[in-house]
Design a protein around this ligand. Structure first.
Ligand code: NAI
Ligand code: MG
Length: 788
């Protein structure tokens, strides 16, 4: 063997340790014991627990386990600070955010080292990824603060925000939460994760140093109970959570009916799709970042490799070679690839999952080589020989474990990629731009990376579909998530619907069973499954007709029809607009008949309502091809196309009043954006909408795009809320029923809007705009390589 080759054989890495001295000095300066940061002051440490270094098990400091009283004190401090903070000009708030960004940059090495010691992630990552992105986030939002009133006219901050974050990106998640909240004028109580609170405490000191007004940022440390005390505190206006789907669902249920704003950024099982024409070496390097970045403890980790069968063998062989060169060890060593897992319990969790997967038939490969005997270290692992049902394919592992499967055709790749309850991120590798851009829109995920992975930027929204949660962080969408329309505060209670003074109807007595209006499902008139009808009365209590009494089965059929009609979402916006215009025109043509029907049901002159309904259809026909996305320019060789996508199938339960407009005002924006709809019209006055299907049939509305199920609003809403095939649900009705709807929606974490017993005057032209368009859509950011 010649000499150079020999040298390559024996070449090893020398140690390149980053010194911990500064971080230790900072910890010592606090006596290695911390209270909370509340109202700009440090509280006396209470009952404490240790924050450990997972690489060696050493205790770094004792931190306080926050009590409900601590949380209450923090909420009071945040409330007291809110008035003057929100009254500052955007420029003034922006200057504070800028000062924070500068201070973080100035102390970036201290932050990086402390983060690595507390969390176990390689210093290379905390130094080059986490902390620079933190600074970038504060810079970006300094700009938003200043331009807020121009860009979000008539919007106001929520008030006091409770923010709960996980341990995988401790300071970065803090930045994602605090920067937009402060830019918008909110004040915050943030709880870091119990394993990793130290950089949040260092951040609190930065807030002190830059002179941030007291109470604007409060940091309360603690465990799950402390988080729950924040979630349940009555004087908090919005909860923002990042963490497990399990806890996300608990929080959704706990906040139901409270009117608190809510954003949830939860787990994932993101596909990493490699086509046969991909640049394989780049795809392998991407994969290393996708799954072994931060030991795989990444919500958007590319943890499911889907590789085209024709290259599978070669790809897996290369991957194994690459895995063998990954270095696991001391996270403070600058040439380490994989550091320590955050805590022993996470190591156990991953080991248990691997055992379960193996018992179900998975083959697990780990490269040779050593990991340190002490500390929370795991080797990178590759799992093959799995079916989609294997635990390792279905569950979020949150560790350095890649699961590989193969596919034959692009269709199969899409089907496998979407075969998950999650929808956070996805990656596509192909040198064929047509193929990549054909696949990206078909992936049900909030972020799609093409020929790259794990790209993040403050200007680009991030967040999930399906059980990965809702709401976005970063970008315009993320900024908007900390604001609400000023008029929402002025809403009054909805008048309680007068029950019609009906005489007891003998069911056999109506004598005009032939006049029972049918339901409308999949483009066909449908009789109710129950075989029962409901009477419809005029205000004097006179029977004026009957409708089907819909039940669970009818909803199921309607949802099935709506799912089958989802081709509507990819129908050209221009075409959707044409159909809505046509519907409006045909409704207008029959305005007298519809006006008479409104009069019969409500006793009110219906002409005005019909005219408004026609106008509303026009308004949203006009929006169909205008409410669209943006192209962002992150500081990378890429653009991010922020695409506006429909939620999918929407359940819409219309308010009792305004039998025609009440339904039209809600279905028009949903349809314009490409959703298909299961509508429950007013229980009291359903005949205007059952009349409408005749108009729909003459207006080219495709079968299944609008389905109408009549019956009891509340029980049908419950069925819709519990149905996994429904992606979004709007409910106009009582506060009590709204709470029920929000609680029942946790099965698949569908997005909900409820009126909570408040009166939304749907005749108001403010509802012709983006209020409902925003709620009918979600943003998908597609990262595309661009520029030299
Ligand atoms: P977790 O969801 O329990 O913790 C996240 C945060 O929520 C922490 O600050 C915690 O103190 C807080 N929390 C816990 N219970 C709460 C409650 N009832 N109310 C309010 N706040 C509460 O996650 P954990 O237990 O640390 O990790 C378990 C698994 O969850 C991981 O193995 C991983 O699969 C997943 N996970 C996913 C994350 C993601 O970003 N997708 C982040 C963290 C964990
Ligand atoms: Mg720790």
């Amino acid at each position: 063997m010649n000499k150079i080759a020999q040298i390559f054989q024996t070449l090893d890495y020398g140690p390149a340790p980053e010194g911990p001295e500064q971080a230790i000095a900072w910890l010592d300066s606090h006596g290695r014991k911390f209270g909370h940061f509340i109202g700009g002051e440090w509280t006396k440490p209470g009952k404490t627990f240790s924050s450990d270094n997972p690489a060696n098990g050493d205790s770094l400091a004792d931190i306080t386990d926050g009590t409900a009283e601590d949380v209450d004190a923090a909420v009071k401090a945040a409330r007291a600070a809110f008035k003057s903070w929100s009254a500052l000009s955007g420029y003034e708030r922006g200057k504070y955010l800028y000062a924070i960004a500068r201070a973080i940059q100035k102390h970036s090495r201290l932050f990086s080292v402390l983060e690595t010691m507390d969390n176990g992630k390689p210093i290379r990552e905390s130094r080059d990824v986490d902390i620079p992105l933190v600074a970038r986030h504060f810079y970006h939002h300094a700009g938003w603060a200043q331009h807020l009133s121009r860009e979000f006219p008539d919007a106001v901050p929520y008030g006091v925000c409770g923010q709960i974050i996980p341990w995988n990106f401790p300071l970065l998640m803090l930045a994602w939460k605090i920067a937009p909240a402060l830019a918008a004028g909110n004040t915050v109580i943030l709880k870091p994760a119990e394993f990793t609170s130290l950089t949040a405490l260092l951040f609190a000191e930065i807030c002190e140093r830059v002179g941030l007004p007291k109470g604007v940022v409060n940091i309360v440390t603690g465990e799950g109970d402390t988080g729950a005390a924040i979630v349940n505190h009555p004087d908090i206006d919005k909860i923002a959570f990042t963490g497990s789907t399990e806890v996300g669902k608990i929080i959704r249920a706990a906040t139901a009916g409270t009117g608190k704003g809510l954003s949830l950024e939860l787990g994932g099982k993101s596909p990493y799709v490699v086509f046969e024409d991909a640049d394989i070496d780049s795809a392998i390097e991407g994969l290393v970042d996708a799954i072994w970045f931060n030991q795989g403890q990444v919500c958007c980790a590319g943890s499911r490799l889907l590789v085209q069968e024709s290259i599978e063998e070669r790809f897996i062989a290369k991957l194994k070679t690459r895995m063998a060169s990954l270095r696991v060890g001391d996270p403070l060593d600058k040439s380490i690839d994989i550091g320590a897992m955050v805590a022993p319990i996470q190591v156990e969790r991953v080991r248990d999952l691997l055992k379960r997967g193996a018992a179900e038939g998975a083959v697990i490969y780990e490269p040779d080589g050593m990991v340190p005997a002490k500390g929370c270290f795991l080797k990178p692992a590759l799992v093959t020989n799995v079916s989609p049902a294997n635990t390792l394919v279905a569950e979020e592992i949150f560790g350095p474990v890649l699961v590989a499967m193969s596919f034959r055709t692009p269709e199969e790749a899409v089907a496998l990629a979407n075969n998950t309850k999650y929808g956070l991120a996805a990656t596509v590798w192909s040198e064929n731009i047509n193929l990549a851009l054909d696949i990206a829109p078909k992936l049900k995920a909030g972020v799609v990376w093409i020929n790259g992975t794990n790209n993040f930027d403050a200007a680009v929204g991030f967040g999930g579909y399906k059980e990965s949660g809702f709401g976005r962080e970063g970008g315009r969408e993320g900024m908007g998530a900390y604001l609400k329309p000023a008029w929402e505060k002025t809403l009054k209670a909805a008048p309680v619907a007068k029950a019609a003074p009906a005489k007891a109807d003998n069911p056999l007595d109506s004598g005009h069973l032939d006049q029972t209006a049918k339901m409308y499902i999949g483009g066909k008139q449908a009789r109710p499954d129950s075989g029962y009808s409901r009477p419809v009365h005029d205000p004097a209590g006179q029977l004026i007709g009957e409708v089907g009494d819909g039940n669970r089965k009818d909803i199921r059929n309607a949802v099935e029809a709506a799912r089958a009609a989802l081709g509507w979402s990819t129908t050209a916006a221009h075409t959707r607009a044409q159909i809505l215009y046509f519907l409006a025109e045909n409704l207008d043509y029959r305005r007298d008949e519809f006006a008479a029907r409104i009069l019969a049901q409500t006793g009110e002159d219906g002409a005005g309502e019909v005219a408004l309904a026609v106008e509303r259809l026009f308004a949203f026909a006009g929006w169909a091809d205008k409410y669209d996305g943006a192209v962002h320019n992150p500081p990378l060789r890429a653009v991010a196309a922020a695409m506006i996508e429909p939620l999918g199938v929407m359940g819409i339960v219309a308010p009792p009043s305004r039998p025609l407009l009440g339904s039209i005002a809600l279905i028009a924006p949903a349809l314009a954006m490409g959703n298909t709809v299961v509508l429950v019209p007013s229980s009291q006055s359903p005949l205007s909408m059952t009349d409408l299907y005749q108009v729909m049939e003459t207006s080219d509305v495709p079968s299944g795009v609008i389905n109408i199920v009549t019956g009891d609003s509340v029980s049908l809403a419950k069925t819709l809320a519990e149905h996994d095939g429904v992606d979004g649900l709007w409910f106009a009705g009582s506060a009590e029923a709204s709470t029920m709807v929000e609680k029942a929606s946790i099965t698949n974490l569908k997005q909900t809007w409820t009126s909570r017993g408040l009166y939304y005057d749907l005749a108001d032209r403010r509802f012709e705009g983006d209020y409902f368009l925003g709620k009918a859509t979600q943003v998908k950011n597609v990262w595309i390589p661009y520029g030299a």
